[in-house]
Write a protein that binds this ligand. Sequence first.
Ligand SMILES: [Ca+2]
Ligand SMILES: [Ca+2]
Ligand SMILES: [Ca+2]
Length: 213
Amino acid sequence: MQFYFYFFLFPIIFAYDCEEICNITLSIMENTPIEKLKWNLIDLLYNRTSSPEYLQFSLSNPSDYFEINSTILKFRLKELDREQICPNDECLIQLQIFTQTSFIIIFQMIILDENDWKPLFTQDYIYLNIRENLPMNYPVQLPIADDYDSIKYNIDHYEFINNTDEIERIFQLEKSHDELQLKLIQKLDCELKNNYQLYIIAIDKGGWKSNVL
Ligand SMILES: [Ca+2]
Ligand SMILES: [Ca+2]
Ligand SMILES: [Ca+2]
């Protein structure tokens, strides 16, 4: 009887992808504790280039948000507040990090939104003088509430908190992009009633309610 032994050799191949540009992208939730916002660049480059432990790192330009100390990349501000850093919906900080080798690192931090802004009316009340007998659906402009969260968590709708049959019959709130209108869905009659008190709140997409206007 003959036994054949086969030996297979599996070559270990590392596919290093950091050639001219090395992209590192992290998605981080806003309000993440600052102690967690530091990374060892050697760890981030692990298996992406040969011998990352011999690299030296420096920022291509001074950054308001990050600093590098030896191999540690660290967030500099006291808190990670998406609304403070980004006025718009998309929030991304990008850095260029030089190494003494042929590639540069493009570091991107995407800041994810948390619903940490409650809608807020800057006024507590307004007086409106509205003429009687105005046409149906006549729009009256109202102030809007502020909610600086992204579109995912900003204002969803407005509502009356003293909603009665009478109010529902006469008034309707209509929100468009960044406007709020009070629509008169019935003609007002001064002799029938000469004033109405409406209490309005804004509610965001996470269910937070504003103060009362
Ligand atoms: Ca925030
Ligand atoms: Ca909000
Ligand atoms: Ca937010």
